[in-house]
Design a protein around this ligand. Structure first.
Ligand code: SF4
Length: 451
């Protein structure tokens, strides 16, 4: 908060409070979105007000991702566009938060001289003082803190229907292609009472759906009180007002039969699971240090489908990992064709300095990687459409979220499988559950009418 003098008729000065304006832009995964809510919580408590215009901002923060090189290049491009604003207002603070900060540290200041502040993901509670410091000289704070969970901070959330709750930070898996353990630190979890108290508050605020977040969310452990992920799911489901529970992103190796059993028997836990495969070749999985082989993964997927009929299964795939041969790639293609995921996030391998696989170079030509990616995308779009078409004529329960973007006069929401369902508006409000009869399907949406 800053104080500005106002001179009314007469000559006395009256001082009024003027909130500083914050422009905050998020990149990358849902964990980063949740971190942006923490940042916003910290700064609004300290007198900042969110603005959606860079030109009116006193502080511009980019909450960044470092998982792919492209994301970092994009941020540099974004910062360079701010030069006229900085010339006009030298006190404007431009800051980089998130994974890119811990990955590149001071190098960001060399690469992007307009940047005043570089803040790592464990330093957000110090943001108000760091911003103050950065007004006079560039400042870097990228210390990782093995105890920081932000459990006591109140995130500032936007949506009133679904709340994303980070239950852990960091990762201990060290997959060879990934820099998350280096840029977000080692795994640490909130205690179960801390999580439950957050969920209770969200229920009191009328949120209907909770999505638990963690880099390997199902490895959650409250070591202090002896609780695990299953306890977390069960106890959360006892909170009145919370109707749906989801979680992302789990690691296949951290699932056990108990988790599948609780998902099967507890109607609040949605029939949806993200099972990141990355590759269907055992030799690539081994080089990626994914800790499972295809037969383990396939058995897990089979158990989910057998226990929870109608479950939606999604995945992540990387093409062009340094050791991936054409034969390895075809194994992934064939497996995806066989298991038919509901949807898949598919990426070209991006070598990241600091990750172990970086030392193995990037031997597969870009054009070949693009070819592999395009063939997977084409395959998956066909499969998703097939799966969606099977929904035509069925009914599904939708939690209404708001106005549909493309279809005028329509609302949208998610069904239990987390599929987007669009339907004509009919006096329904966000937060209401409606049964929708599906009439049409596209690869991305189900369209229907309210029963
Ligand atoms: S499990 Fe592997 S891919 Fe996921 S965040 Fe951890 S190291 Fe990265």
């Amino acid at each position: 908060m800053i104080w500005n003098p106002v001179t009314p008729a007469g000559s006395l000065y009256i001082w009024i409070r003027v909130a500083k304006k914050l422009f905050l832009e998020s990149y990358g995964c849902q964990m980063n979105e949740a971190d942006s809510e923490v940042i916003l919580g910290v700064l609004t408590k300290n007198g900042y007000e969110l603005t959606d215009s860079v030109s009116s901002a006193d502080v511009i923060l980019f909450n960044t991702c470092a998982v792919r090189e492209h994301a970092e290049t994009r941020i540099y491009g974004r910062v360079s566009q701010l030069s006229p604003l900085k010339n006009k207002n030298p006190e404007l603070v431009i800051g980089i938060c998130g994974c890119m900060s811990t990955h590149l540290k001071e190098k960001i200041l060399d690469e992007a001289p307009l940047v005043d502040l570089v803040v790592g993901p464990d330093s957000y509670r110090r943001l108000p003082e760091l911003i103050e410091k950065a007004v006079s000289e560039p400042f870097v704070d990228v210390r990782l803190d093995k105890y920081e969970t932000y459990a006591d901070l109140e995130p500032k959330r936007e949506s009133g229907v679904r709340a994303w709750v980070s239950i852990m930070r960091g990762c201990d898996k060290f997959c060879t292609f990934c820099i998350v353990p280096y840029v977000r630190g080692r795994e640490r979890c909130l205690t179960l009472p801390q999580v439950l108290s957050q969920v209770q508050e969200l229920a009191d605020e009328d949120y209907k759906e909770i999505v638990f977040l963690g880099q390997t969310v199902n490895s959650y452990r409250d070591k202090e009180n002896g609780f695990d992920f299953v306890d977390l799911l069960e106890k959360t489901s006892q909170i009145e007002g919370i109707v749906r529970i989801r979680f992302t992103s789990p690691h296949p190796i951290d699932f056990d039969d108990k988790t599948i059993e609780v998902m099967k028997n507890n109607s609040k836990i949605c029939p949806q699971v993200h099972l990141p495969l990355q590759s269907a070749s055992d030799s690539v999985l081994d080089k990626m240090k994914r800790r499972y082989n295809l037969s383990y993964y396939d058995e897990l997927l089979r158990k989910f489908r057998e226990a929870i009929p109608g479950i939606a299964i999604t995945t992540d795939i990387i093409v062009g990992f340094p050791t991936e041969t054409e034969e390895d790639f075809l194994k992934t293609f064939d497996y995806m064709q066989k298991v038919k995921y509901d949807s898949a996030f598919m990426f070209i391998y991006s070598p990241r300095p600091g990750a172990k696989a970086f030392n193995w170079g990037d031997p597969i030509p870009h054009a070949e990687k693009v070819k592999r990616l395009e063939s997977l995308i084409k395959l998956q779009e066909k499969i998703t459409l097939e799966i969606h078409r099977k929904e035509i004529g069925k009914k599904t329960l939708v939690l209404t979220e708001g106005q549909a973007k493309k279809e005028k006069g329509h609302l949208f929401g998610k069904n239990p499988q987390y599929k987007t369902v669009v339907f004509p508006q009919d006096g329904i409000k966000a937060g209401e559950f409606v049964t929708v009869s599906i009439k049409q399907a596209t690869p991305h949406t189900l369209l229907g009418v309210v029963e």
